[in-house]
Structure formats: C-alpha cells, structure tokens
Design a protein around this ligand. Structure first.
Ligand code: ADP
Ligand code: TRP
Length: 326
C-alpha cells in the first residue's frame, strides 16, 4: 500500500521563531521523519509575495527557512523540501479553482476580514490566498496537513474547494484532507504574553545571535512578585515558554520551583536562556554552515522541486482533461 501523503508549507516572510517551531515545524518534522508518510514540505514563496516586495529579502528568507528546517532535523531522505514556485502548476490550479468559488465566499475568510478591518489595502493575491493554499494541498492529494491553529480555516476552505470542483465538473478528483493540530501547543505566547508573532515584535528567533537571544529572554514580561513569593506557573509567561522545551519530569520540577516560592524571575529567565542555548547549540552550528553554503541548499530545493513538480504534472494532466482545456 502506498504511504499517506503529508503536505505542509511555511511562508518565508521573516526569520523563523519559536512560535513557528512549536506551532508547526516541530510537528511537521516529527511526522515527516516518522517514515509513515510521503512528505511534501515547501517554502511558500508565492504566498510570501502577497506581502514581500523585495527580491533579496524573498530569496534570503526562503533560504533561511529551508536551512532552519534542515538544521532542526528534517530528514531529507523521506521528504521533498522545495520552493512552492518550483511548481508553477499550483498557480494554474488556483486559476481553475477561482472559477468554482464566489467572491462572497472568499470575503468570509478571517485573514481577509482582519486586513480589511485594519483598513489595509488588500491585494488580489491576499484575497486569493486560501485558494492558492488549497491548490498546494490538493495538488499532491494530501491526507494530512499539519498546521498551527490559526490555519484551521484555510484547511476548511481547502475541503470546500475540493467539493466545489468535484461537483462543478462531476468528478471525484480531489479528496478532502484533514488538518493536524497538536493539542496543548496550539498558541505559543511571545515575550509579552500575546501570541508570539513577528508582527507584534514579541518573538524569539530560532537562530538569532546569542546576544539577541539573551536580550529577548531577559525582557519577558512578568508581574511584580518578589523572589520569595509563590507563583502560579500557569499564569506565568516564563514558565509557558520554558515548558515547551521540557519532558514530563523536567516540567514537574520546573512547576515545583514556581509553586514553592524562592524562585526569582531573574533565575527563571536565566534557566530558560540556558535551556534554549542547549536546545539550539548543534542546530545553530548546522544552520550557520548551511547559510554559508547556499549552493548546497539550492541543490536540495531544486531536487525536491523537480520531484514535486512531476507529481503536480500528473494531477494537472487529469484536471486539464476534466475541465476541457485538453
Ligand atoms: P508570524 O505571526 O510571526 O507572522 P506566521 O503567520 O508566518 O508567523 O506563522 C507561520 C505559521 O507558524 C503559522 O501558520 C502557524 O502555523 C505557526 N505559528 C506562528 N506563530 C505561532 C504561535 N504563536 N503559536 C502557534 N503557532 C504559530
Ligand atoms: N498559509 C500557511 C502559513 O501561513 C503556509 C502555507 C501555504 C501552507 N500553503 C500551505 C501550510 C499548504 C500548509 C499547507 O503558515
């Protein structure tokens, strides 16, 4: 029996942070490395174009995202890692899907509504974002799509779009994929306690300099409890971030330190810093090495892209026939 298919993408719109890692990358890597799936993981550079309008930035951020994935342990023998734009067929499929759905339907998308509410000028690419994402997923016949909780609606759109297409053309071409959201790590808080995000500038980058890492960790927002006071870990930002790195028994002892009192926020932050430094020690070395050798990275991406594209061509051959283009 052929393996189930896993598809996931990450938008190269800035350096990856621990919200990205614990919210999406970690699960992607674990699933892809399990050997249970045929995995397609891509850097969503077409999606990034909705906001990035600078070629060097897009290029560098795409390489950084690829290097981050590899440095964090993605097993390249079971995964196709590639640039979304290496498969231009996804834009063709997007165009076909665009004709199966209506504008009012897309106007209900959270991302579009949020941008509109902020009076942002919404470009057509951003408006069509969910359709391009549906094409990414349906193109490879995905069974599972590991994503952060914020992407749930996009997967719902993908299921809808699969159905609209199948009904419009009277075929059973696309099957409905499932999202996979790991409970407990759904929303990762940033250093100010809000959702960690580049846009709030409350994020901690995976591979920033040691100095920046220290600065970020030491500025995690806390209440004014004194060192001797007992503290509730579940309401504490340092704890919420620290626990992501811990196994069960380490978690129990960290909780006890907060609950027993006598654990200052300075100590708590220094211990968190040490945990992150240890977590990334080898990974950062690998990341820096990859970023020094962009040719190696480009070869990996090109290779993955060629394999993904040959799969996409098979899908598009059927689609073109079903809609009457061929
Ligand atoms: P940012 O908010 O920093 O711009 P993105 O929206 O580019 O981050 O995030 C890419 C993906 O990483 C999201 O779709 C989500 O899956 C995951 N992610 C990002 N931030 C978080 C977070 N704070 N908690 C959980 N998942 C997150
Ligand atoms: N929209 C996703 C994000 O911002 C990135 C993405 C693009 C994606 N295409 C995808 C994720 C397909 C999963 C599957 O994180």
């Amino acid at each position: 029996m052929s393996k189930k298919i896993l598809v996931s993408g990450i938008k190269p719109t800035g350096r990856l942070h621990f919200g990205n890692y614990f919210g999406a990358m970690k699960q992607n890597i674990e699933l892809a490395n399990s050997g249970d799936y045929e995995s397609f993981i891509f850097l969503a550079d077409y999606h990034a174009l909705t906001s990035v309008k600078n070629k060097e930035e897009l290029h560098t951020q795409t390489l950084e995202a690829a290097a981050s994935y590899i440095a964090c342990g993605l097993d390249m023998s079971s995964t196709k890692l590639f640039k979304q734009s290496s498969v231009p067929e996804v834009t063709e499929l997007t165009w076909i899907f665009n004709n199966c759905i209506t504008m009012p339907y897309l106007m209900r998308a959270h991302a579009f509504k949020d941008s509109e509410a902020k009076n942002k000028d919404v470009n057509v690419g951003l408006f069509d974002y969910p359709v391009l994402m549906a094409s990414d997923i349906l193109m490879y016949d995905a069974d599972v799509v590991p994503v952060g909780a914020d992407q749930k609606q996009h997967i719902e759109y993908t299921r809808d779009i699969a159905g609209y297409y199948n009904r419009a053309f009277g075929v059973e071409q696309f099957k409905e994929p499932k999202e996979l959201i790991v409970e407990g790590v759904a929303i990762i808080p940033g250093i100010d306690g809000q959702k960690m995000s580049k846009s709030y500038n409350n994020h901690i980058e995976l591979f920033c300099s040691d100095e920046d890492l220290k600065k970020r960790v030491m500025s995690i927002v806390t209440d004014s409890a004194t060192p001797s006071e007992k503290k509730n870990p579940d309401e504490n930002n340092i704890y919420k971030i620290h626990k992501l790195f811990l196994n069960e028994s380490e978690d129990v002892s960290l909780r006890a330190k907060f609950e027993d009192g006598g654990y200052s926020y300075k100590d708590a932050k220094e211990e968190l810093l040490a945990t992150i430094m240890k977590w990334r020690e080898e990974k950062k070395e690998k990341y820096d090495e990859l970023m020094k050798n962009p040719e190696t990275l480009l070869t990996i991406l090109k290779d993955g892209g060629a394999q993904a594209r040959s799969r996409a061509e098979q899908t598009m051959k059927k689609v073109r026939t079903q809609v009457g283009l061929e």
